[in-house]
Ligand binder design. Sequence first.
Ligand SMILES: C[S@@+](CC[C@H](N)C(=O)[O-])C[C@H]1O[C@@H](n2cnc3c(N)ncnc32)[C@H](O)[C@@H]1O
Length: 301
Amino acid sequence: MCHPQIVLRTAWGASAFLAPEVNDWVRPLRRSTDLRPVSIGLRFVCKEARLVGWAARPPGARSYDEGMPQSLEIYDQMDWWNPRHSLLRMAALKFTYFHEKIGRLDGLNVLDVGCGGGILAEKFAKRGANVTGIDLSERALQTARDHAAASGLRIRYQRGKAEELPVGNRQFDAVVCADCLEHVDDLEQVIGQISRVLKSGGAFCYDTFNRNFLSKVLIAWLLDRRLRREYRRLNVSEHAYAVHDWHKFIKPEELTVTMARHGLVSREIIGIRPAFYNGGFGLKVGGNPKVAYVGHARKQG
Ligand SMILES: C[S@@+](CC[C@H](N)C(=O)[O-])C[C@H]1O[C@@H](n2cnc3c(N)ncnc32)[C@H](O)[C@@H]1O
């Protein structure tokens, strides 16, 4: 039961970024995983093939990216300490900023929320901080424990949800949350918890993504595709899970007011932007927070 169909192939998912109506019109013409740069052609569509295409996209999803399931599996299987891992390569940039804002680390109690494989936690521990790392992924935590043991570092790793931090009130001089706020289910609750566990005057440092058209294209679309390729190369997962859900990205002004509601006063929010170094390409802190940003706040009191 096949019939001919004129096919408009767009760059993968691009129509989703133009307008939902355009996407609605294009959607029936495309198979979810079978898009090439712009071309028009004729193909024979079999009912069975269409059914497979639809089944791959959960009902109600406005685009394939949006409908792609997110799963802890990518964090469970991540090769955290592989030198080619982008989080490892970005760690120095974030740590330098966080360290500069927190100040002396020796003897400070630091909580790393969403610590993953312990990349940042170890940097803090090496500077003499008493570090606790919390993450949802037990396998990421096991990687972190093994790596810390091999590096001779004492770091307390605990499984827990950022929304319900399993630690007491006012325990920490600093809380860091790197590349994690945009993954949580309830930002308000997470910020409330971070404030609860911080001592008065304590520092909260984070990095995350802004939510606008540019971040949709650059992060939710282009970076996510690159990361999925990277993760496949690093054998993270055989499934094509979405790394980011653009709807969870956070506008700086939203974060500022959310933090203020919980007694965290924003001191700075600043962009992370591309930069050229000696002919090479990298990232640096600076400029406006249009896409990715770092920031810090202090707990009032
Ligand atoms: C992109 S990784 C960042 C890891 C680490 N902060 C770093 O920069 O290397 C996000 C981490 O957040 C964790 N995560 C996501 N949602 C979480 C939640 N609600 N509570 C705790 N951890 C969470 C994931 O398991 C994952 O390890």
